[in-house]
Ligand binder design. Structure first.
Ligand code: 16G
Ligand code: ZN
Length: 510
C-alpha cells in the first residue's frame, strides 16, 4: 500500500484508494475542532489542477488558514497507521478530549465524480464524534476558507450568496475611486473555468458585478467525464504557454484568464498569432498589486509607519524580483515552495504581497494597518480600506484576485499588453528528472541550495558560472515522484545548454 503523506496541499492521489483516508481525516477534523475549543474546522475535497481521476482532502484551521504544521504530522501518522492503531488512537483521544466540547466541521467539494462518494466516507468519520456538520456542497476552495473564517471570527454562518456579495459589493463600491472613461482598459473578460467549479461559480459573481465587468465563461462543462483540467485551466496554460481548448478565441476578447480546478489559482494571458500566449502569471500579478498598494500607502502618508514586503519563491523570474526591488523600491523575501510558507512569511509584515509564479497567492494586511487607516478617516484611507475589503486574506482566491486586478487595470488604464511590458522575463526553463530516490536531495535557503548530496551544489555552481545572468536550482517535488530543475539565463540557447548540463549533474549524483 502506498504510504500517503499530508503534503503541500493535503492528501492527494487516485480517488479509488482514498475512502479510508477520508474516514480518518473525518476523525481528525473532529478532534481538531475539539482541541480548538469547538471552533469550526474546514474540510475541502479537491485535487486542484490534478486530472479528474485523482482526488484529495485538506483541512482548514479556525482562522481560515491552512492546517498548522504540527497537525500535518498527526494527519500523516493517522493515515499511515493500521486499523488497530487507529482504534487505539481514537480511544485514547476520546479519554483526552473534553467530550462536552462540541465539534463543528464545514465541508465543501469540487466537481469531481468521486467527490460525493468520498464525502460519505468523511461523514462516517465525523459521526464517530457526533460532529456538527455544515455541508456547503459544491464550492471553490477559497469560498470554504471564507466560510470557516467568518464562522469563527465573525460568529456567522454565511451563505454562498453572502460570499459573492461581500467581494462583488466591495468591487462595485470601489468604482467611485476610479476614472469614468478609459483609453485602453476594457471590461470584457474571457474566463477559462477549467471545466470545474470555478466555471460554475463565477456566474454568481458576474450577477453581482455586471454590467461593470462583462465575463464570458468558457470551459464550464462539469458533466462530461474527463474534461476537468483537461487541456485547459491555469496549470495547463502556465506550463504549456498555449491557448487552452474550448474555442476561446472565437470572438476576439482583449483579455483572457484561466483558473484551476478548485479556483484558488489564476493566470491572465493573451494570445499570439501562433497560439502561444503571453502570460500574466503570479510574478506579474505581484508586480501589479504591489505597485498599486505602494501608491495607496504613499497617498495615505503611511509609507514610513508600516512595513511592506513582497514574498516570492525561487521560481520567480529574476527580472521580476529586480523590477520590484529597483523600480518599485520594495523589499523581496524568498521562502520555500508551497503556499503555506509564503503565507506564514507574509503574516509577519503590515503588508505582505505573496505570489508563486504559478498564480497562487494573495495579499495580507495587518490589524495595525487597518486601525491606522480607520483612525485617519480620509477619502484615501477609506479607499484603501475598500481595497482591503476586496481581498480574500485567508488564501489565494482567483475571484478576489480577478477583482483586484481589474481594479488596478482601471485605475491605471492599462491593457494586458501594457501590463506585460512593465519588464521582460529572463529566458527560463522548468524541466523534470526521474531519479531512484528524490528524498536524497536536501535543500536549504528557500530551495536554492543543495546540502545533500554533498558536492552537488558546487558542481551546479561551476556550470552556472559559465553563463551570463544565469541561475539554476534543483529540488524534489512535493507532489510527484520527480525532481524539478529550474534554469534561467539571458538567452534561450544558454538556458537550453545549461539545462542539459544540470540534468547531467542530477544523473551523476542521483
Ligand atoms: C502544491 C502547492 C503549491 C506549490 C506546488 C509545488 C498549495 C495549495 N499548493 O500545488 O503552492 O507550488 O504544490 O509542487 O499549497 P511541487 O512540489 O510538485 O513542485
Ligand atoms: Zn488549486
Amino acid at each position: 500500500m502506498e504510504l500517503l503523506q499530508y503534503g503541500t496541499a493535503g492528501f492527494r492521489t487516485k480517488a479509488s484508494v482514498l475512502p479510508y483516508v477520508f474516514y480518518r481525516v473525518g476523525l481528525l477534523a473532529s478532534l481538531r475542532s475539539k482541541s480548538k475549543g469547538g471552533q469550526s474546522i474546514g474540510l475541502m475535497i479537491t485535487a486542484s489542477h490534478n486530472p479528474e481521476q485523482d482526488n484529495g482532502i485538506k483541512l482548514i484551521d479556525p482562522s481560515g488558514e491552512m492546517l498548522e504544521q504540527s497537525w500535518e504530522v498527526v494527519a500523516t501518522q493517522l493515515v499511515q497507521s493500521n486499523n488497530d492503531q487507529v482504534r487505539d488512537y481514537v480511544e485514547s483521544k476520546l479519554k483526552e478530549v473534553d467530550k462536552s466540547v462540541p465539534s463543528t466541521v464545514m465541508i465543501g467539494y469540487d466537481t469531481r465524480p468521486s467527490s460525493k462518494p468520498l464525502l460519505e466516507a468523511a461523514l462516517d468519520g465525523l459521526h464517530v464524534f457526533g460532529t456538527n456538520v455544515i455541508n456547503y456542497t459544491l464550492v471553490t476552495t477559497p469560498m470554504l476558507h471564507f466560510f470557516v473564517f467568518n464562522h469563527n471570527v465573525n460568529k456567522q454562518v454565511y451563505e454562498e450568496k453572502e460570499y459573492f456579495e461581500h467581494y462583488g459589493y466591495a468591487y462595485q463600491s470601489y468604482k467611485k475611486y476610479l476614472p469614468s472613461e478609459y483609453k485602453s482598459y476594457s471590461n470584457e473578460i474571457a474566463f477559462d473555468g477549467a471545466n470545474g467549479v470555478g466555471g460554475l461559480k463565477i456566474k454568481n459573481l458576474q450577477n453581482v458585478v455586471k454590467p461593470d465587468l462583462n465575463i464570458e465563461v468558457f470551459n464550464q462543462d462539469v458533466s462530461t467525464q474527463g474534461k476537468l483540467n483537461f487541456q485547459c485551466g491555469a496549470d495547463f496554460v502556465k506550463t504549456r504557454k498555449t491557448v487552452p481548448s474550448g474555442d476561446m478565441l472565437r470572438s476576439s476578447h482583449s483579455k483572457y484568464l484561466s483558473v484551476d480546478g478548485d479556483a484558488d489559482r489564476i493566470i491572465y494571458w493573451y494570445p499570439n498569432s501562433d497560439n502561444s500566449v503571453n502570460l500574466l502569471d503570479g510574478d506579474r500579478i505581484a508586480v501589479l498589486l504591489a505597485m498599486y498598494i505602494n501608491e495607496l500607502l504613499v497617498k495615505c502618508n503611511l509609507k514610513d509607519s508600516v512595513q511592506m514586503k513582497v514574498i516570492q519563491t525561487a521560481y520567480t523570474n529574476g527580472n521580476c524580483t529586480k523590477y520590484i526591488k529597483d523600480n518599485l523600491g520594495i523589499d523581496v523575501i524568498f521562502t520555500s515552495t508551497g503556499v503555506k510558507y509564503l503565507h506564514h512569511e507574509a503574516l509577519k509584515y503590515d503588508i505582505g504581497v505573496y505570489f508563486e509564479a504559478n498564480g497562487h497567492g494573495t495579499v495580507l494586511f495587518s490589524q495595525k494597518l487597518k486601525t491606522l487607516l480607520a483612525q485617519e478617516n480620509t477619502e484615501v484611507s477609506k479607499q484603501f480600506l475598500n481595497f482591503i475589503e476586496m481581498t480574500n486574506e485567508t488564501v489565494g482566491d482567483s475571484f478576489s484576485i480577478m477583482l483586484l486586478i481589474e481594479t488596478v487595470l482601471q485605475a491605471k488604464d492599462l491593457t494586458l499588453a501594457q501590463w506585460y511590458a512593465l519588464y521582460h522575463d529572463l529566458a527560463n526553463k522548468l524541466s523534470t528528472a526521474t531519479v531512484s530516490n528524490r528524498n536524497l536531495i536536501k535543500t536549504i535557503n528557500a530551495d536554492t541550495e543543495i546540502v545533500e548530496p554533498v558536492g552537488m551544489q558546487d558542481t551546479i555552481n561551476k556550470s552556472v558560472a559559465k553563463y551570463k545572468n544565469a541561475r539554476s536550482f534543483v529540488r524534489p517535488s512535493g507532489t510527484e515522484d520527480i525532481v524539478r530543475v529550474y534554469v534561467e539565463a539571458e538567452t534561450n540557447e544558454d538556458v537550453k545548454a545549461l539545462t542539459e548540463e544540470v540534468q547531467q549533474i542530477v544523473n551523476q549524483y542521483l
